[in-house]
Write a protein that binds this ligand. Sequence first.
Ligand SMILES: Nc1nc2c(c(=O)[nH]1)N(C=O)[C@@H](CNc1ccc(C(=O)N[C@@H](CCC(=O)O)C(=O)O)cc1)CN2
Ligand SMILES: Nc1ncnc2c1ncn2[C@@H]1O[C@H](COP(=O)(O)OP(=O)(O)OP(=O)(O)O)[C@@H](O)[C@H]1O
Length: 182
Amino acid sequence: MTDKTALRAEARARRAAAHGTVDPAPALAQLLAEIDATTGPVSFFWPIRTEIDPRPVMEGLARRRDVCLPVTTGYAPLAFRRWQPGAAMEVDGFGVAIPAVDDPVTPEVLVVPMLAFDDAGHRLGYGAGHYDRTLAKLRPSGPVTAIGLAYEAQWTERLPAEPTDQPLDAIVTEARIRRFGA
Ligand SMILES: Nc1nc2c(c(=O)[nH]1)N(C=O)[C@@H](CNc1ccc(C(=O)N[C@@H](CCC(=O)O)C(=O)O)cc1)CN2
Ligand SMILES: Nc1ncnc2c1ncn2[C@@H]1O[C@H](COP(=O)(O)OP(=O)(O)OP(=O)(O)O)[C@@H](O)[C@H]1O
């Protein structure tokens, strides 16, 4: 755990240094275009601090597809609310903006924020396990594609793996798209 705390601090600093210097959003748009026609709703995230801003991609996709944003309730799996351009927003207890209207959506593709990642597709988040629990809940009911979004500078040689870690299907950075599994 201490291990992960130090990794998080270091990864936050690397994310902050990369922020604004490069943009992984075009690569995300490219990957989403490939899986565009075949899948259901796509969840994005509304960035805080020096997280990557996926909102231009979300806006573009919202014209063709259902898109949604995560809503956090304690340690329960994340819920998702439909988002449309111009939707009224409110700020939750984490300081994250969420759609003010609760129109529940179950995503089939999830764009996931991260602090760090490695070549095995392991992800380091803020440590609450929100996305791990959410993917664990969604995956038994149908196909789910989890796409990690990061700056290449967030690459880490090796992250400690936990039994509850949910694998990512792809990781997108400004430099490349890494695909894992089938
Ligand atoms: N933009 C965004 N929305 C999200 C997440 C996320 O990681 N990013 N979440 C993902 O689970 C859920 C919310 N969980 C959150 C958990 C912790 C913190 C937080 O403030 N963490 C650190 C600071 C993070 C940083 O600046 O690097 C803290 O506790 O200080 C925010 C959201 C759902 N929505
Ligand atoms: N499916 C699950 N059921 C119960 N607890 C879980 C589950 N998934 C993760 N957890 C717990 O959540 C905690 C945080 O996990 P971890 O450190 O992997 O979070 P993270 O992936 O870095 O953060 P986040 O997903 O919030 O961005 C751990 O204590 C882990 O045991």
